[in-house]
Design a protein around this ligand. Structure first.
Ligand code: HEC
Ligand code: HEC
Length: 403
């Protein structure tokens, strides 16, 4: 009798554990195809680079080389001398950004992917899929010569059958009206499906367990959560549960003097320097993307292009804070902000709390002074204990929590 009760309760607790824990990720064929495309180094020239190199799970799907994170925070491309200009944001929990648009009521640009929103969603209808069309062909990233070249790699890969199962026969010469290879768009759609899957975006952080009533914040985390939504005003731009409102702001973060892009006046692609401005380059953020759009795009919204460009100079997309602390171990270096200039969550919170004093004392010089947000940050009056509580709260946002 007794024995079977014990057995029963063991069985029950195993069952409860199984129910409470998210099931091991079961990927659909489309997600599995996306995973193959995400990890395939053959999709680069030379064959040494995949999405995962710059967006690795153990670092919260961002760059996982601590040596790089401590310095320039920008990752080399398949051709190792070539560098882009920004730090990789997380590829996790990135699937909810709306198609890039202007919200006339709010007077704000919203949505899209990348720090500057240029992966709009106008090609595939999904900003995340539009984003995935970029890296394979970008000469400072995976550097393939054409969509067709990518298609041939997939057609000859071990997972070609999986493509056929999901999308039908693979055709590397069938183009859409917009000039993109249909198969290449399908690759991007599959990658986006993988990025949204339980494997990349499980939403199983301590925060999620607390919200579901299955775990409790420590007193310090609870204080941080209160401050986040109150005195520290973080939720004005990073509202739960996604921790971003998909808008753009210039926080006045300093430039990162170690950004390797400053040396890209000496490295050439097709005869032109990657960065002809060298050291003097300033990241225009959203303004850089807006300036690439035609005048009549702005007219639809009753905007004037030059004014819109000026007003958005130096603004970057509000990143999600999910997995912001995820790292393989204590002391593993990560980097924050579009240029990786801030190196720890403690530094980030101190920046939000004291930016005005730091600028006045000259201990930081914003990369861009124009359009700096002075309403919701800069002089928050947080105590040391409150700063630490905010950091403790952000640490609850790492996926893979074991209650
Ligand atoms: C060499 C490093 C590198 C490689 C390879 C790379 N990325 Fe990125 N990724 C970046 C950088 C840097 C950014 C930010 C660029 C910007 O905003 O201008 C970025 C941005 C993103 C974003 C946008 C996140 C957001 O919140 O806006 C996603 C999603 C993403 N990458 C997924 C991928 C996928 C999928 C692949 C493979 C097809 C890939 N990356 C390959 C470095 C890389
Ligand atoms: C006015 C809007 C706004 C407010 C308020 C705000 N943030 Fe941010 N946050 C941003 C933007 C925009 C960025 C990216 C800026 C950049 O890279 O130049 C960012 C970046 C971050 C990052 C770096 C994430 C990464 O992946 O690099 C952290 C951490 C962060 N914020 C935490 C906070 C906390 C904590 C608070 C409250 C004390 C807060 N934010 C308040 C808009 C805001």
């Amino acid at each position: 009798m007794k024995g079977s009760t014990v057995l029963k309760s063991v069985f029950l607790s195993v069952l409860i554990a199984l129910v409470a824990l998210p099931a091991a990720a079961q990927l659909t064929p489309k997600e599995t195809l996306g995973k193959a495309l995400y990890f395939d180094r053959a999709l680069s020239s030379p064959s040494n680079m995949s999405c995962a190199v710059c967006h690795e799970e153990r670092a919260g799907f961002t760059g996982s080389n601590p040596g790089i994170n401590k310095k320039g925070a920008v990752y080399p491309g398949a051709v190792h001398q070539r560098f882009g200009n920004r730090r990789p944001p997380t590829a996790s929990s990135a699937g909810d950004s709306p198609v890039f648009h202007y919200d006339a009521e709010e007077g704000l640009f919203i949505g899209g992917m990348f720090w500057d929103g240029r992966a709009t969603g106008w090609v595939t209808g999904d900003p995340l899929a539009d984003q995935a069309m970029g890296p394979y062909l970008n000469p400072v990233e995976q550097n393939l010569p054409s969509e067709e070249a990518a298609c041939v790699v997939v057609a000859e890969s071990v997972y070609a059958g999986l493509y056929e199962e999901v999308f039908g026969p693979i055709d590397c010469s069938d183009y859409d009206d917009d000039g993109h290879l249909k198969a290449y768009k399908n690759f991007a759609v599959a990658v986006a499906a993988f990025e949204r899957s339980e494997e990349v975006s499980p939403y199983d952080s301590k925060f999620d367990y607390v919200m579901a009533g299955e775990a409790e914040f420590s007193p310090q985390e609870a204080l941080g959560w209160d401050l986040f939504n109150g005195k520290a005003m973080c939720s004005a731009c990073h509202p739960a549960p996604l921790f971003t409102d998909f808008t753009y702001d210039n926080l006045g973060v300093p430039r990162n003097p170690d950004n390797p892009f400053y040396d890209m006046d000496q490295v050439f692609v097709d005869g032109a320097p990657i960065n002809d401005l060298g050291e003097t380059w300033v990241d225009p953020g959203l303004a850089g993307f807006l300036s690439s759009l035609p005048e009549d795009w702005f007219e639809v919204y009753g905007l004037e292009k030059s004014a819109a460009v000026d007003e958005n100079y130096g603004k970057h997309k509000v990143p999600t804070l999910r997995n912001v602390d995820k790292r393989p171990g204590r002391g593993f270096a990560k980097a924050y902000m579009h240029n990786g200039s801030l190196k720890s969550l403690e530094e980030v919170v101190a920046f939000y709390n004291n930016r005005e004093t730091m600028i006045a004392e000259g201990s930081i010089v914003p990369e861009v002074m124009a359009n700096m947000n002075v309403d919701e940050l800069g002089d928050l009056g947080l105590t040391e204990e409150e700063e630490a509580a905010l950091v403790a709260f952000m640490k609850t946002l790492s996926d893979g929590y074991q209650p």
